[in-house]
Design a protein around this ligand. Sequence first.
Ligand SMILES: [Zn+2]
Length: 163
Amino acid sequence: MGRVNCRNGKTKSMYVLDASAIILMKAVFREMVTVPEVIQEIKDEKSRIYLDVVKIRVEEAKEEFVLEVIDTARKTGDAERLSDADIKLLAKALEINGILVTDDYSIQNVAKRLGIKFENIMQKGIEKEFKWIRVCRGCRKITQRKICEVCGSETYLKRVVKR
Ligand SMILES: [Zn+2]
């Protein structure tokens, strides 16, 4: 569980992120995936910027797994508490045997029944506190602006570890 085979034969963990895992921006994993419905849930600008910076894969959930999730959620009594995005997210985690990162109790409950591993957002990646800074592409000045006030070049967001 939670392991997928890579082309090079090694195994690695794939993390499947819900909206709050993405919004909190503390969950930084090497291999991340989510579903389009989760991306649509995310409206705040900071998280959208984050999505541009990190390489998170966005994949559609497959129908067969969606049906299995719905079926299981009915059995556990969680069906009414799950959003469309929640169901698709569970379906994606089921398909790729990923580790689901969520604090949502209903999602966790259904995940448990389906044999999907999950982790709470707060228990993951907390030590890796970081912040975002904006750096000029031209002169490397650290600035708040999108266009550098010194040389007029575009700036980009860079993640740095908090000290
Ligand atoms: Zn500059």
